[in-house]
Every structure is written in C-alpha cells, then in structure tokens.
Design a protein around this ligand. Structure first.
Ligand SMILES: Cc1ncc(COP(=O)(O)O)c(C=O)c1O
Length: 361
C-alpha cells in the first residue's frame, strides 16, 4: 500500500477510492483557482451549484433514474430516515416492514412510535438474522414496504428484491448503494447514509419518486418533510457541502474510472467470492450468513473460539489490516469490502487468513 495506508476493512466510515482522496487533497486549499478551500465556498455559489448538480446528474445516470425520481441530500444519517419515513408517509396508512437485522429493527421501532398499523411481514430473527426471508406476502393496501437491502452487521444482502404486489418499496441501501445496477421501478424511495459506499459521514442520500411526495402531510416541521428538500433542491438550509463534494467525486470515479455499475458489480462479485471461497475451503473459518443470503459488502465470519478471534484481530492489526472486528453487538469478525476496496487488499487478506490458519488451526 502506498503512503503508509493500511488495508482498510472498516464498516463505515469506510475506505474511499484513492483517486478521490487525492483529488480532495489537491483542491483542498484552492478549489479550481477560486482562492478558497472547497470547505470555504458558499453553498449559494456557482462553484457549489456545479458540485451538487454534477453529483445529482451522475447519480441519475449511474442508477438509471428517470424524471420521476429526485436525488436529495439530508443530514441526520440513515437513522433520521427511520423516523422521517413514518412521519411523512403514514398519516393515515399502514406499512409493511421486513426485519433482517439491527437496522431494520431500529426502523421498525421508530415506525411503531408513529404509525398505527405497522406489520412486520417477515423476519429472520429466529436464526439470528443469518438469512434473507423468501416468499413474503406483502399487503396490497400498505403505503410502502420497507426493507434493508444489505445488513451491515449480520452480513446478509437481498440478492433479488421482492415482489410487493405493486406496493412501493422503501429501501435502506446505506451499505450497498451503487454496488450494483438497480431496477428502480419497484422503489418509491431509497436512502443511504453516505459513509460506506459513496462518501464521508454527514450526508444521507435520498432518492424519492414524485408520487411518494403526494403522501406527505403539510403539518410536519419543515426540516423533517421530504417536500421541503424536494421543493428547494436540498438547499432549504445549508446542506452538508463537503460530503456532497466527495459524493460528486465518488460518482465521477464510478462513471469514468470504474465504467459504471455493471462493472462495479462484477468486481464486487469477484472480491466477495475470493473471500467466501477461502472460508469454504477451510474448517477453521465459518461464514455466518446462509449461502444464498451472503453479502458482497460485509463478509462476516467466525473462528473456532473467541480467544482465537481476539488473537486474529490483534495479529491482523499488527500486519496492517484495519477494521476486521465484528460489530460490538454480535462479536466475531467482519471484512467490509465496499466498492473502494481494491483486489490487492482482498488477496493480501486471504494470504493472511491462510497463514493464520496454518499457525493456529
Ligand atoms: C444498513 C444501515 N442502516 C442505517 C445505519 C445507520 O446509519 P447512520 O449512522 O448514518 O444513522 C447503518 C449504519 O451503519 C447501516 O449500516
């Protein structure tokens, strides 16, 4: 690795593409010759207009969004969305939720505080969220169906999105947005905290279809209403400028260097399979997710004992691999391998895994 950078497997905030970081460094003191840092320019300036408009245009092209969809930037993280969704869309209606782990559980809790009729139509809690439920019966009169497309903590991911009887899906894509192409038609709204796959912490991307805005009542506070962000192009107040700038650079990298989301997906499959194959060939490591539900973003695994896991994390850290500890709520190990993770990091990790097994197995 160059410049003494480690192999970064953090779950979020997480690794960003090196060319993006280099461009930020370059423009940090004097953005495009304007005499100010990109963090010093006004959000009402032509420079920032160009940044936000380009970030939106690139997002629309990458995800194939038609004119019905608006791309917005909010603060408050994905967690704020857990509360805004029921506030905005459940004035009278009911909603379906699928519970696939910690983040879905939190979204359900917030919805239950506000919605009258919240149906958890499927859950994988019976087996510690190791799988994505199948053959779910959604209610055709629900205002929306909420899912978490990738479960960052449990290491599972929807391989295909469910048929919801025409009910718009609202998806928390915090940990896999832009990791693969999207058939957007099924989605009424998509949201993602930026800090895993598309930028630093501080911005949450919301992609919303115009018919969803018709459900939003007028009697909710301005800063909590999607209508405010949509009608003011995310500029009702000061938006998270630096995070949006980084998102612009990441989407530029995705389009111009990677070559689009089909290519990104192929690369992510290659990276994920390399790691999962290493576990499949070993009696020492065990992937925790079911075969058909494995995440290509967060690879969760266990060693034969917690003592060995501690030793593994300590030696890995020493050897220059960061962020391999599982989430504090579940323990074990986790390699988060988002878009920016290079193949070099994966092969280095596989070599390390094999050596550790040889010495301790
Ligand atoms: C899938 C998912 N949803 C929501 C969140 C919460 O995001 P935030 O910290 O931006 O509120 C996370 C954070 O890790 C996540 O992985």
């Amino acid at each position: 690795m160059s410049e003494n950078r480690i192999y970064n497997f953090n779950a979020g905030p997480a690794a960003l593409p090196l060319p993006v970081l280099e461009e930020i460094k370059e423009s940090f003191l004097n953005y495009k010759g304007c005499g100010m840092s990109v963090t010093e320019i006004s959000h009402r300036s032509v420079w920032f207009d160009d940044i936000i408009n380009d970030a939106i245009a690139r997002t629309k092209r990458l995800l194939n969004l038609d004119d019905r969809y608006k791309v917005l930037f909010l603060q408050g993280g994905a967690s704020m969305q857990f509360a805004m969704i029921p506030m905005n869309f459940l004035a009278n209606g009911k909603a379906d939720y699928v519970n696939t782990g910690t983040w879905s559980t939190k979204a359900i809790k917030e919805a239950q505080m506000m919605g009258k009729d919240i149906n958890v139509v499927a859950s994988s809690e019976d087996r510690n969220f190791a799988y994505i439920p199948k053959n779910i019966e959604f209610n055709s009169d629900a205002a929306f169906a909420h899912i978490t497309s990738n479960n960052t903590i449990k290491g599972t991911q929807w391989a295909e999105f469910p048929d919801t009887n025409g009910v718009p899906i609202i998806a928390d894509m915090s940990s896999d947005i832009m990791s693969r192409p999207l058939d957007v038609d099924k989605f009424g709204m998509i949201y993602a905290g930026a800090q895993k796959n598309i930028g630093p912490a501080g911005a949450c991307m919301v992609i919303i279809r115009d018919d969803m805005l018709d459900m939003v009542p007028d009697n909710i506070p301005s800063m909590l209403s999607y209508k405010t962000y949509a009608s003011k192009d995310s500029m009702y107040n000061t938006p998270p400028c630096f995070a949006i700038y980084t998102i612009q650079l990441v989407t530029k990298w995705l389009e111009e260097t990677v070559g689009g989301l089909e290519k990104m997906e192929a690369f992510n499959i290659k990276k994920g399979n390399t790691l999962y194959n290493c576990f499949a060939e070993s009696d020492f490591y065990n992937a925790t997710a079911d075969e058909d539900s494995k995440s290509l973003m967060n690879v969760t695994f266990r060693l034969p004992s917690e003592d060995l896991e501690k030793k593994f994390i300590a030696e890995a850290t020493e050897a220059g691999f960061g962020g391999l500890k599982g989430h504090r709520s579940v323990g074990g190990c986790r390699a988060s391998i988002y878009n920016a993770t290079e193949m070099e990091a994966i092969t280095a990790l596989v070599d390390f895994l094999k050596t550790f097994e040889k010495n301790n197995g």
